[in-house]
Design a protein around this ligand. Structure first.
Ligand code: COA
Length: 258
């Protein structure tokens, strides 16, 4: 794939997406958002790819937010469209992707950067990472899902404080608050994410996609998550992976889901 601001690598059955604008701390301009969409879409369509890891280029930043220089002159209509399109092609898109996505937060994850990490299915951080939603310090609010996903992950009170104060929290605080699952030294970040990805990739990807759908349903307005779970639980019984998984258990062997 010929992209300018996004690198895509394959390591066995793990896709690695790297936001690559280190001189701008990997800030998300429109082009980068378009390219991230293409990268996630391509990897999701590749049946060999079982897990996707998203990270930032360099040692300083995961993503330091939406590109402030690009939107500083926008009017109400352009601002609305920026947010609407971003939700559609990147943030909701990643949250609802069939392939599991792990965010490897390797430094600043601010504004749209933290929102991208929160759209991923879970997060691992390096010890130098700093996370926050500084939008109100710029006179705007989080526009890529931050007002919804942050309270879901850390609770309403902590989310309100982070959003209102515009301040950053450390990786350790983020772990304590449930925003990230693990904190490791930067050199250990990708190896740990790859280890987690490997473990995930041994399970049924059909079942994992259905589980993502059911878990997400709990966070979707007007959708009864329990009904979505019942439906997807039932559908699992019609899959080859279900036959293989249960047969392997009964035959006391490891399943082969390929
Ligand atoms: N949008 C556009 N450019 C950004 C950016 C963003 N969100 N974040 C960083 N950059 C650019 C800087 O303008 C600078 O570019 P320049 O060298 O051409 O001037 C470059 O990235 C390096 O950033 P700099 O601010 O010099 O690094 P720092 O180490 O002094 O500070 C931060 C790091 C993350 C604290 C600081 O860059 C920052 O506050 N960024 C904005 C965070 C933000 O508000 N994000 C939410 C946007 S809605």
């Amino acid at each position: 794939m010929n992209l300018e601001n996004v690198l895509v690598d394959l390591k066995e059955n793990i896709g690695i997406v790297t936001v690559n604008r280190p001189n701008k701390l990997n800030a998300l301009n429109k082009k980068t958002i378009d390219e991230l969409h293409l990268a996630f879409k391509k990897l999701n369509e590749d049946s060999n790819v079982k897990v996707i890891i998203v990270t930032g280029s360099g040692e300083k930043a995961f993503v330091a937010g939406a590109d402030i220089a690009e939107f500083s002159n926008f009017d109400i209509e352009e601002g609305t469209e920026l947010s609407r399109k971003g939700h559609e092609i990147l943030f909701s898109y990643v949250q609802n992707l069939e392939t599991p996505v792990i965010a490897a937060v390797n430094g600043f994850a601010l504004g749209g950067g933290l929102e991208l990490a929160m759209a991923a299915h879970f997060r691992v951080a390096s010890s130098n990472a700093k996370m926050g939603l500084p939008e109100v310090s710029l006179g705007v609010i989080p526009g890529y899902g931050g007002t919804q996903r942050l309270p879901q992950l850390v609770g309403k009170g902590k989310a309100m404080e982070m959003i209102m104060s515009a301040s950053m929290i450390s990786a350790e605080e983020a772990k304590e608050w449930g925003l990230v699952n693990y904190v490791v030294e930067q050199a250990e970040l990708l190896p740990l994410c790859e280890k987690l990805a490997k473990k995930i990739s041994q399970n049924s990807s059909v079942a994992i996609s259905a589980a993502i759908k059911a878990v997400n349903a709990n966070y979707t307005n007007c959708v009864n998550g329990y009904s979505v779970e019942i439906e997807n639980f039932g559908l699992s019984f019609g899959t080859d992976d279900f036959k293989e998984g249960t047969t392997a258990f009964l035959e006391k062997r490891k399943p082969n889901f390929d």
